[in-house]
Design a protein around this ligand. Structure first.
Ligand code: GAR
Length: 207
Protein backbone atom coordinates (compact mmCIF):
# COMPACT_ATOMS: atom_id res chain seq x y z
CA UNK A 1 0.00 0.00 0.00
CA UNK A 2 1.28 3.47 -0.78
CA UNK A 3 -0.10 6.66 0.74
CA UNK A 4 1.97 9.45 -0.76
CA UNK A 5 2.72 12.81 0.80
CA UNK A 6 1.14 15.82 -0.89
CA UNK A 7 2.55 16.59 -3.36
CA UNK A 8 4.03 13.12 -3.88
CA UNK A 9 7.82 13.10 -4.13
CA UNK A 10 9.11 11.44 -7.32
CA UNK A 11 12.65 10.39 -8.17
CA UNK A 12 12.99 9.61 -11.89
CA UNK A 13 15.81 7.48 -13.34
CA UNK A 14 16.81 7.86 -16.99
CA UNK A 15 19.43 6.60 -19.45
CA UNK A 16 18.73 8.60 -22.59
CA UNK A 17 16.54 11.15 -24.32
CA UNK A 18 14.20 11.63 -21.37
CA UNK A 19 11.01 12.45 -23.28
CA UNK A 20 9.00 10.54 -20.68
CA UNK A 21 10.78 12.52 -17.96
CA UNK A 22 9.94 15.75 -19.81
CA UNK A 23 6.26 14.81 -19.91
CA UNK A 24 6.35 14.30 -16.13
CA UNK A 25 8.26 17.56 -15.57
CA UNK A 26 5.63 19.42 -17.61
CA UNK A 27 2.77 17.77 -15.72
CA UNK A 28 4.35 18.55 -12.33
CA UNK A 29 4.37 22.27 -13.19
CA UNK A 30 0.64 22.25 -12.39
CA UNK A 31 0.14 22.07 -8.60
CA UNK A 32 -3.12 20.20 -9.19
CA UNK A 33 -1.13 17.29 -10.63
CA UNK A 34 -0.17 16.28 -7.09
CA UNK A 35 3.48 15.33 -7.61
CA UNK A 36 6.91 16.95 -7.75
CA UNK A 37 10.14 15.56 -9.20
CA UNK A 38 12.68 15.95 -6.42
CA UNK A 39 15.64 14.37 -8.26
CA UNK A 40 16.66 12.70 -11.51
CA UNK A 41 19.31 9.99 -11.58
CA UNK A 42 21.12 8.33 -14.49
CA UNK A 43 23.53 5.49 -15.17
CA UNK A 44 25.53 7.57 -17.65
CA UNK A 45 26.78 11.14 -18.10
CA UNK A 46 25.79 13.64 -20.73
CA UNK A 47 22.36 12.31 -21.66
CA UNK A 48 19.55 14.64 -22.66
CA UNK A 49 17.43 13.37 -19.78
CA UNK A 50 19.92 14.89 -17.30
CA UNK A 51 19.96 18.15 -19.27
CA UNK A 52 16.17 18.29 -19.09
CA UNK A 53 16.35 17.95 -15.31
CA UNK A 54 19.03 20.62 -15.02
CA UNK A 55 17.01 23.05 -17.16
CA UNK A 56 14.05 22.47 -14.83
CA UNK A 57 16.21 23.15 -11.75
CA UNK A 58 15.90 19.56 -10.48
CA UNK A 59 18.78 17.90 -8.58
CA UNK A 60 20.64 15.18 -10.51
CA UNK A 61 23.00 12.33 -9.74
CA UNK A 62 24.89 9.82 -11.91
CA UNK A 63 26.22 6.37 -11.03
CA UNK A 64 27.99 4.51 -13.85
CA UNK A 65 28.35 0.77 -13.41
CA UNK A 66 31.90 0.96 -14.81
CA UNK A 67 32.96 3.10 -11.83
CA UNK A 68 32.12 0.35 -9.31
CA UNK A 69 33.84 -2.92 -8.41
CA UNK A 70 30.65 -4.88 -8.68
CA UNK A 71 27.09 -4.61 -9.88
CA UNK A 72 25.95 -4.94 -6.24
CA UNK A 73 28.09 -1.94 -5.20
CA UNK A 74 26.59 0.11 -8.03
CA UNK A 75 23.10 -0.91 -6.99
CA UNK A 76 23.75 0.05 -3.36
CA UNK A 77 25.08 3.47 -4.40
CA UNK A 78 22.07 4.02 -6.65
CA UNK A 79 19.69 3.08 -3.84
CA UNK A 80 21.52 5.37 -1.39
CA UNK A 81 21.29 8.35 -3.75
CA UNK A 82 17.60 7.74 -4.37
CA UNK A 83 17.01 7.43 -0.60
CA UNK A 84 18.61 10.85 0.02
CA UNK A 85 15.63 12.37 -1.76
CA UNK A 86 13.02 10.44 0.27
CA UNK A 87 10.73 9.59 -2.64
CA UNK A 88 7.18 8.31 -2.39
CA UNK A 89 7.56 6.83 -5.88
CA UNK A 90 10.55 6.03 -8.08
CA UNK A 91 9.87 6.12 -11.82
CA UNK A 92 12.21 4.37 -14.25
CA UNK A 93 11.62 6.34 -17.45
CA UNK A 94 13.85 4.84 -20.12
CA UNK A 95 16.32 3.54 -17.49
CA UNK A 96 18.20 0.77 -19.31
CA UNK A 97 19.55 -1.11 -16.30
CA UNK A 98 18.00 -3.68 -14.00
CA UNK A 99 17.94 -2.56 -10.38
CA UNK A 100 19.19 -5.13 -7.87
CA UNK A 101 18.47 -6.54 -4.45
CA UNK A 102 19.49 -3.50 -2.38
CA UNK A 103 17.39 -1.20 -4.48
CA UNK A 104 14.35 -3.47 -4.36
CA UNK A 105 14.69 -3.94 -0.61
CA UNK A 106 14.36 -0.17 -0.14
CA UNK A 107 12.07 0.77 -2.98
CA UNK A 108 10.27 -2.41 -4.03
CA UNK A 109 6.52 -1.89 -4.30
CA UNK A 110 6.90 1.79 -5.14
CA UNK A 111 9.20 1.68 -8.14
CA UNK A 112 7.46 1.88 -11.52
CA UNK A 113 8.89 1.16 -14.94
CA UNK A 114 7.52 1.76 -18.40
CA UNK A 115 8.16 -0.77 -21.16
CA UNK A 116 7.45 -0.23 -24.87
CA UNK A 117 5.40 -3.42 -25.45
CA UNK A 118 2.26 -5.09 -24.13
CA UNK A 119 3.49 -7.34 -21.32
CA UNK A 120 3.83 -10.23 -20.95
CA UNK A 121 4.76 -10.20 -24.66
CA UNK A 122 8.18 -8.98 -25.80
CA UNK A 123 10.10 -8.23 -22.59
CA UNK A 124 13.64 -6.86 -22.72
CA UNK A 125 15.48 -4.18 -24.60
CA UNK A 126 13.99 -4.78 -28.08
CA UNK A 127 10.26 -4.56 -27.41
CA UNK A 128 9.20 -2.62 -30.54
CA UNK A 129 11.54 -4.55 -32.87
CA UNK A 130 10.46 -7.91 -31.44
CA UNK A 131 6.77 -7.02 -31.82
CA UNK A 132 7.35 -5.93 -35.43
CA UNK A 133 9.32 -9.08 -36.26
CA UNK A 134 6.64 -11.30 -34.73
CA UNK A 135 4.03 -9.60 -36.90
CA UNK A 136 1.56 -8.47 -34.24
CA UNK A 137 -1.03 -5.93 -35.40
CA UNK A 138 -1.37 -4.20 -32.04
CA UNK A 139 1.33 -3.38 -29.51
CA UNK A 140 1.77 -0.60 -26.98
CA UNK A 141 3.31 0.22 -23.64
CA UNK A 142 3.05 -1.20 -20.13
CA UNK A 143 3.51 0.57 -16.80
CA UNK A 144 4.39 -1.90 -14.05
CA UNK A 145 5.69 -2.20 -10.50
CA UNK A 146 9.33 -3.28 -10.73
CA UNK A 147 10.27 -6.70 -9.37
CA UNK A 148 13.43 -8.79 -9.73
CA UNK A 149 12.52 -10.02 -13.23
CA UNK A 150 12.83 -8.44 -16.66
CA UNK A 151 9.57 -6.54 -17.27
CA UNK A 152 7.64 -9.10 -15.20
CA UNK A 153 6.22 -6.87 -12.45
CA UNK A 154 2.57 -6.33 -11.58
CA UNK A 155 0.88 -4.34 -14.34
CA UNK A 156 -0.51 -0.92 -13.40
CA UNK A 157 -1.67 0.23 -16.85
CA UNK A 158 -1.34 -0.52 -20.55
CA UNK A 159 -1.98 1.47 -23.69
CA UNK A 160 -2.33 0.12 -27.22
CA UNK A 161 -0.91 1.27 -30.55
CA UNK A 162 -1.65 -0.21 -34.01
CA UNK A 163 1.23 -1.60 -36.07
CA UNK A 164 1.22 -0.09 -39.58
CA UNK A 165 2.30 -2.03 -42.68
CA UNK A 166 5.22 0.29 -43.38
CA UNK A 167 6.45 0.57 -39.80
CA UNK A 168 10.12 0.25 -38.93
CA UNK A 169 11.15 -0.53 -35.36
CA UNK A 170 11.95 3.16 -35.00
CA UNK A 171 8.66 4.53 -36.37
CA UNK A 172 6.74 2.03 -34.25
CA UNK A 173 8.69 2.96 -31.11
CA UNK A 174 8.14 6.67 -31.81
CA UNK A 175 4.36 6.07 -32.05
CA UNK A 176 4.42 3.92 -28.90
CA UNK A 177 6.25 6.69 -27.05
CA UNK A 178 3.47 9.20 -27.76
CA UNK A 179 0.90 6.89 -26.15
CA UNK A 180 3.36 5.86 -23.43
CA UNK A 181 3.99 9.44 -22.29
CA UNK A 182 0.30 10.14 -22.03
CA UNK A 183 -0.31 6.95 -20.02
CA UNK A 184 2.66 7.65 -17.75
CA UNK A 185 1.48 11.17 -16.95
CA UNK A 186 -2.13 10.08 -16.34
CA UNK A 187 -1.29 7.10 -14.17
CA UNK A 188 1.60 8.56 -12.15
CA UNK A 189 -0.66 11.52 -11.37
CA UNK A 190 -3.42 9.24 -10.20
CA UNK A 191 -1.06 7.08 -8.12
CA UNK A 192 0.37 10.25 -6.58
CA UNK A 193 -2.98 11.75 -5.68
CA UNK A 194 -4.81 8.59 -4.66
CA UNK A 195 -2.14 6.11 -3.56
CA UNK A 196 -2.49 2.47 -4.52
CA UNK A 197 -2.53 -1.07 -3.20
CA UNK A 198 -1.08 -4.22 -4.76
CA UNK A 199 -3.06 -7.41 -4.21
CA UNK A 200 -1.44 -10.39 -5.90
CA UNK A 201 -1.06 -9.31 -9.52
CA UNK A 202 -3.79 -6.67 -9.27
CA UNK A 203 -3.17 -3.00 -8.64
CA UNK A 204 -5.96 -0.85 -7.25
CA UNK A 205 -5.96 2.91 -7.00
CA UNK A 206 -6.69 4.34 -3.56
CA UNK A 207 -4.87 3.76 -0.28
C1 GAR B 1 10.70 4.43 -23.64
O1 GAR B 1 9.97 3.96 -24.75
C2 GAR B 1 10.74 3.37 -22.55
O2 GAR B 1 9.60 2.57 -22.52
C3 GAR B 1 11.92 2.56 -22.98
O3 GAR B 1 12.86 3.50 -23.43
C4 GAR B 1 12.18 4.63 -23.96
C5 GAR B 1 12.76 5.87 -23.32
O4 GAR B 1 12.41 7.02 -23.98
N1 GAR B 1 12.40 1.80 -21.88
C6 GAR B 1 12.88 0.59 -22.01
O5 GAR B 1 12.97 0.01 -23.07
C7 GAR B 1 13.34 -0.02 -20.70
N2 GAR B 1 13.76 -1.36 -20.89
P1 GAR B 1 12.75 8.46 -23.36
O6 GAR B 1 14.20 8.42 -22.91
O7 GAR B 1 12.53 9.40 -24.49
O8 GAR B 1 11.80 8.69 -22.22
Amino acid sequence: MLTPSAPARLVVLVSGAGTNLQALLDACADPAYGAEIVAVGADRDGVEGLARAERAGVATFVHRIADFDSRAAWDAALAASVAEHAPDLVVLAGFMKLVGADFLERFGGRTLNTHPALSPAFPGMRGPADALEYGVKVTGATLFVVDAGVDTGVIVAQTTVPVEDDDTAESLHDRIKVAERSMLVDVVGRLSREGFTVDGRRVRFGA
